[in-house]
Design a binder for this molecule. Structure first.
Ligand code: ARG
Length: 448
């Protein structure tokens, strides 16, 4: 009798374990839209005939540790999604900060989750904690309405944070589909498995993967327009389980990172002819912007003298510039293109230079033209009243220097500026952090 009970209990336990194993096989982490196809079944047999020791022994798969590590974060925007439930928390997916209060991740990471069981951690190098990291609760999970959990088509989700993250720089969403023109090297990163079925990495790893529009040996039907493949055809480098939701990025012409994809799925990891598959950001920009807002327009001066920003230089710019000099202008941006000689002063000289530019006249011809057409501007009088010493000093410095610089010198100058910029940026971040601390302390004091 006792034996019978024990055997029965064992059977029940075995059954429960079997159910657990099966359900974990079906869980999202391992979801593989190809598992119903016949092709991969053949391949998985092939895979078993390969001796594992012959395969490259890898990280993210085939990657390296991100350097500089946080708190000097090379990838400021990289977040870890962690669950907070009683069953034990911890990292389960990656994500990208795209606005102060918005994170992009994969739908399959958060489908069916409740915001209260989720936390977003940013500023991590070691996924278990890095000094300076910041944690936020999630107030809303938004799954793309067309997400299909079988095909993983439209594997996009947005997390609204309970309060903004101000001391980490969000990543831009990709602005054009130019990354479709191969070969583009993109980068993916995460704390996921370092090989298919392997254990995950405590340290943030990154790997470069070329965009692969052929998508290797995947069947056409499994790859939709909302997916982009990345990985070398020989395999060896890839994202893997636990990297899902994390970013696929590239560097644009201005040297900034852009988010082009979200780690979504793959057949195994780093297999030859089976690149990683990422949800493509570009086709869904409108959906994203509907929630997170359009990106702020960046101001770029590409046409000096185009004071009214219509893309051409003509007499209306002269009129606007004259009004500017007369002190009647209102918008701040105008001062950036109005300063024709870049001496940081906007005056009659800039008007003359603009006329030179538009009419192809020389200095005295332009003065005459202005005299004839805008007599009230009193161009000659203004010229006579100019502080000449200042004018010649500036003229000397600004006309001469750029022309005399060799290409090498310019490069050096550029690097110096870049270093200055990075230094300033670091200081700015530090200041922001100090400011946050100060606010916290003030708040504590006021509560006492
Ligand atoms: N679905 C996986 C996850 O939830 C990501 C798999 C990525 N696979 C790949 N071969 N790139 O973490």
């Amino acid at each position: 009798m006792r034996n019978k009970i024990i055997r029965r209990t064992m059977q029940v336990i075995a059954f429960i374990m079997l159910v657990l194993v099966i359900s974990s096989l079906n869980s999202c982490q391992d979801s593989n839209p190809l598992s119903n196809d016949t092709e991969p079944k053949l391949l998985s047999q092939e895979q078993h005939s390969i001796n594992p020791s012959e395969l490259p022994q890898p990280m993210i798969v085939g990657g390296t540790q991100v350097d500089p590590a946080c708190p000097n974060c090379k990838y400021d925007f990289m977040v870890s999604l962690q669950s907070t439930g009683w069953w034990g928390g911890g990292h389960f997916c990656g994500g990208s900060l795209v606005r102060e209060d918005w994170v992009v991740t994969a739908a399959h990471c958060v489908l069916g989750d409740s915001p209260s069981n989720l936390q977003v951690k940013i500023g991590l190098h070691n996924v278990n904690g890095t000094t300076g990291s910041v944690t936020r609760n999630v107030s809303e999970i938004i799954i793309h309405p067309s997400y299909n959990s079988n095909s993983l088509n439209n594997d996009y989700a947005l997390l609204r944070l309970s309060s903004p993250i101000t001391n980490f720089e969000p990543i831009k969403l990709v602005t054009s589909d130019s990354h479709d023109d191969e070969p583009v090297i993109s980068t993916t990163m995460g704390w996921g498995a370092t090989q298919s079925g392997g254990s995950s990495s405590a340290i943030l790893l990154e790997v470069d993967v070329p965009i692969d529009n052929s998508c290797g040996n995947y069947s056409n039907s499994s790859i939709t327009n909302n997916m982009v493949c990345a990985g070398d055809s020989n395999g060896g480098e890839d994202s893997c389980q636990g990297d899902s939701g994390g970013p696929l990025i590239m560097t644009n012409d201005n040297g900034e990172y852009e988010l082009i994809g979200i780690v979504s799925w793959g057949y195994g990891c780093a297999e030859a002819q089976y690149p990683g598959v990422y949800s493509r950001i570009y086709p869904k920009l409108d959906w994203f912007f509907g929630y997170i807002g359009e990106p702020e327009e960046e101001f770029e001066v590409d046409l000096y003298g185009d004071v009214n920003f219509d893309g051409t230089l003509n007499v209306t710019d002269v009129i606007t510039l004259i009004n500017f000099v007369l002190g009647q202008t209102t918008i701040e941006e105008e001062s950036l293109t109005a300063d024709m000689n870049q001496d940081t002063i906007i005056n009659v000289l800039d008007v003359i230079l603009l006329v030179n530019e538009i009419l192809g006249t020389n200095f005295s011809q332009s003065v005459q033209w202005l005299e004839n057409n805008f007599p009230t501007f009193k161009v000659k009088e203004r010229l006579a009243n100019l502080d000449k010493s200042q004018f010649f000093a500036k003229k000397f410095c600004c006309d001469k220097k750029p022309k005399e610089m060799s290409c090498e010198e310019l490069k050096l100058e550029y690097r110096k500026l870049l270093l200055d910029y990075q230094g300033l940026k670091a200081k700015y971040k530090l200041l922001q952090r100090l400011d946050l601390d100060k606010q916290k302390i003030l708040k504590q004091l006021s509560e006492k």
